[in-house]
Design a protein around this ligand. Structure first.
Ligand code: 5GP
Ligand code: MG
Length: 175
């Protein structure tokens, strides 16, 4: 790990816990009687999804899709690719996509479009964080955790060059 990295906590773990719990209540209200398929976008969503599903006390299934958008560092390439797709059909399923952060919106717009073509009964988005100041593509976030400033965030699943995913807080990585 880079010992020179300057980090400051933006959302400490207790605040994240409260927010994930609020999101779990919203998801429970809407899906408790229609078992959803949660699709986590790898890798960033894995911590959030793990915490979220343990607060959902009704039948559900979990799948993952792995995309590549950011190559290395902080710059988006603007090109999204499915690196690992779905293992099974989502036709007729109530699908809830779980994402770590919506930044320009390019990644999530791409995956929502990709999934929509597979004819789910419904398709919604749950995002832990939203950086609206950077948006380039319009995206509807059905369940949102935090609106965040235009800073580079790490921790709670979010990485910088594969580091910092294990931090329990959401932190700002200073230049
Ligand atoms: P978008 O396509 O919306 O610009 O970018 C979405 C993806 O870029 C996210 O899923 C995430 O992997 C990455 N990303 C965007 N902003 C940040 C950030 O502040 N920190 C980290 N670690 N990744 C980010
Ligand atoms: Mg991501």
């Amino acid at each position: 790990m880079d010992s020179q990295a300057k980090l400051h906590s933006l959302f400490p773990r207790v605040e994240i816990e409260a927010t994930v719990s609020r999101l779990a209540s919203e998801v429970t209200r809407d899906y408790h009687d229609k078992p959803p398929l949660l699709i986590g976008i790898l890798k960033g969503s894995f911590v959030f999804l793990a915490d979220l599903v343990r607060l959902l006390n009704f039948p559900l299934e979990v799948e993952f899709v792995r995309l590549s958008s950011y190559g290395v560092g902080r710059q988006t390439s603007g090109k999204v690719k499915v690196v690992q797709g779905l293992g099974s059909s989502i036709k007729g399923r109530d699908v809830l996509v779980v994402e770590d952060i919506v930044d320009t919106g390019i990644t999530i717009a791409f995956i929502l479009d990709y999934l929509k073509k597979k004819k789910p009964a419904s398709l919604r988005l749950c995002a832990l964080t939203d950086k609206p100041s950077r948006r380039r593509v319009q995206v509807t976030i059905d369940y949102l955790g935090f609106t965040v400033p235009d800073k580079f965030l790490v921790g709670y699943g979010l990485d910088f060059d594969e580091q910092f995913r294990n931090l329990p807080d959401i932190c700002v990585l200073e230049d």
